[in-house]
Design a binder for this molecule. Structure first.
Ligand code: FAD
Length: 405
C-alpha cells in the first residue's frame, strides 16, 4: 500500500532522474506516466500505482515546487476529464493500453460526439444510428472479431473536433426499445472516411466547436466501450465527470474570472464607484465559496465516483462566471465594449485568461449551456440530490422508433 511518505520519496527520485529544467517537455510527461505518477489511483502500467486518489495531491505539490511542465489540460480537457475515466471504468485492457498514455501526454486530442440537433438536453433521444456489419472490414488494423459497426448521423456543438484524433460517441443500436436502453458507446477515429467536421461560429466570433457529419463511418467492435445497448450507463460516467471537470477545476484563491476584475479594481481607482465596490465584494466572496466547495467535492471524489453534487458545482460556476464577466464589462465602461477581433479562428482551447473583457463576457454565456444547461442541472439537483418528485416522463416505456419527433 503506497502512502504519502512513500509517494513523496518516489516523486523526488523521479525528479532527480528527470530534472524539469533540462528534460524535454514531452519526454518528461512520458516518463511521468511510465513512473505511475500521472494519476496515482490508476492501475500500474496505466499511469498509476493503484494508490488512493487523494495522494495525487502529494505528487502534484512536489512537481509544482520543482517547476514541472503540465500536460496542457485545457487543450486535452475532454480526453483527460471525460474520456479517460470512462475508458478506465468500462474499457477492455487492450483499450486502456491503447488510449490512456497518448491521451494523458497530450499526443492525442479527444472530442465528445454526444449532442445532436434534436437531442441536447434530452440526450437519450439521439438518432445517430450504428448498425452491425458482421462481415465488414474497417480501416483500422485493430482486432475485428466482433465485426464492424456502420454509423450514420449528425452531431453538433462538438468542441475541438477539428483538432481531435479520437471521439467518444454514443449512437442508437436498437430503435425497438425505449430510448435509454438502445444506445451503445463507441470510440470513433476522427480520421476515418465518412467523418466530416464543419466549423460553427459562436457568439465570440470564433469557431471553437463544430458540426460533425457521420456517413457510413466504420467502427470496429473492438472500439465499443461497455455492452451493446448499455451506452446510457457508460455515458452517465462521462457526464458526471464532465460536470466536475467544468465546474471543479482547481484554481488558486482569486483565480478564475474574478482575477482580472480584482486586478483592474486595484490598478484603476478612477473606475471605482460605491455600487461597483459592493457588487465586486459580494462576487469575490462567492468566488471563494465556489472555490472551496470545488475543493471539498474533489476530496469527496477520493471516496469514489463523482455524484450529482457535481451538477450543483457546475450550476454555480456558470452563474458566477456570467455575473463576474458582466461586472468586468461594466467596470471598464466604454472600454469594456470594445471587442478585440472578429476574425474567424478555430482555437484549440478556451483561454479566458489571455483575452479581453469582451471575450470573457461573451464566452461565459456558453457556460450555462455546455455540459448540460442550468435548467436541466436544476432538475438533476432537485430529483437526485433533494429527492423531489421527478418530471413526468411519458416516453419511459415507449420504443424509441415510436416516439414523436
Ligand atoms: C460552448 C459549448 C460547447 C459544447 N461542446 C459540446 C461538445 O463538445 N460535445 C457535445 O456533445 N456537446 C457540446 N455542447 C452541447 C451542449 O451539451 C448542449 O447544447 C446542451 O446539452 C443543451 O442542449 P441543446 O442545445 O439541444 O438545447 P435544448 O435541449 O434544445 O434546450 C433548449 C432550452 O430548453 C431547456 N430545457 C430542455 N429540457 C428541459 C427540461 N427537462 N427542463 C427544463 N428546461 C429544459 C434548456 O435548459 C434550454 O434552455 C456544447 C455547447 C456549448 C454551448
Amino acid at each position: 500500500m503506497t502512502d504519502a511518505a512513500e509517494l513523496r520519496r518516489r516523486t523526488q527520485e523521479f525528479l532527480a532522474a528527470n530534472p524539469p529544467a533540462s528534460t524535454d517537455r514531452v519526454d518528461f510527461l512520458k516518463a511521468r506516466f511510465d513512473a505511475g505518477l500521472a494519476w496515482v489511483h490508476y492501475p500500474q502500467g496505466l499511469g498509476g500505482l493503484g494508490a488512493a486518489r487523494a495522494l495525487q495531491a502529494v505528487v502534484d505539490a512536489e512537481l509544482e515546487t520543482a517547476g514541472a511542465p503540465d500536460n496542457d489540460p485545457r487543450r486535452i480537457g475532454i480526453g483527460l476529464g471525460m474520456a479517460a475515466p470512462t475508458i478506465l471504468a468500462f474499457g477492455t485492457d487492450e483499450q486502456k493500453r491503447r488510449f490512456l498514455r497518448p491521451l494523458w501526454i497530450g499526443d492525442e486530442v479527444w472530442c465528445q460526439l454526444f449532442s445532436e440537433p434534436g437531442a441536447g438536453s434530452d440526450l437519450a433521444a439521439l438518432g445517430t444510428r450504428a448498425v452491425r456489419d458482421e462481415g465488414g472490414t474497417s480501416r483500422s488494423s485493430e482486432a475485428e472479431s466482433g465485426g464492424t459497426w456502420v454509423v450514420d448521423g449528425q452531431k453538433v456543438w462538438t468542441s475541438g473536433a477539428h483538432a481531435a484524433r479520437w471521439a467518444i460517441l454514443i449512437a442508437r443500436t436498437d430503435p425497438e426499445v425505449p430510448k435509454h436502453r438502445g444506445i451503445t458507446y463507441f470510440v470513433c477515429d476522427m480520421t476515418d472516411p465518412g467523418v466530416e467536421v464543419r466549423p460553427l461560429r459562436q457568439i465570440t466570433g470564433e469557431a471553437e466547436f463544430n458540426e460533425v457529419f457521420l456517413t457510413g463511418v466504420r467502427i470496429p467492435d473492438a472500439h465499443r466501450l461497455g455492452e451493446v445497448g448499455d451506452g446510457w450507463k457508460v455515458a452517465q460516467t462521462t457526464l458526471m465527470n464532465e460536470r466536475v471537470s467544468i465546474g471543479g477545476s482547481r484554481i488558486p484563491r482569486e483565480g478564475g474570472l474574478i482575477a482580472p476584475v480584482a486586478a483592474t479594481w486595484r490598478e484603476r481607482p478612477e473606475l471605482r464607484t460605491h455600487d461597483l465596490h459592493q457588487r465586486l465584494l459580494k462576487l469575490w466572496v462567492e468566488a471563494e465559496v465556489a472555490r472551496l466547495t470545488g475543493e471539498r467535492l474533489r476530496q469527496q471524489l477520493v471516496a469514489g465516483q463523482p455524484g450529482p453534487e457535481g451538477s450543483g458545482l457546475k450550476l454555480g460556476f456558470a452563474r458566477l462566471n456570467q455575473e463576474i464577466s458582466g461586472l468586468e464589462v461594466e467596470l471598464l465602461g466604454e472600454e469594456g465594449l470594445l471587442y478585440e477581433d472578429w476574425t474567424m479562428r478555430r482555437p484549440e482551447k478556451v483561454d479566458f485568461a489571455g483575452r479581453d473583457a469582451g471575450y470573457r463576457y461573451l464566452r461565459a454565456k456558453g457556460n450555462s449551456i455546455e455540459g448540460g444547461t442550468s435548467e436541466v442541472l436544476l432538475n438533476i439537483v432537485a430529483e437526485r440530490v433533494l429527492g423531489l418528485p421527478s418530471e413526468p416522463r411519458t416516453d419511459k416505456d415507449v420504443a424509441w422508433k415510436d416516439l414523436a419527433r
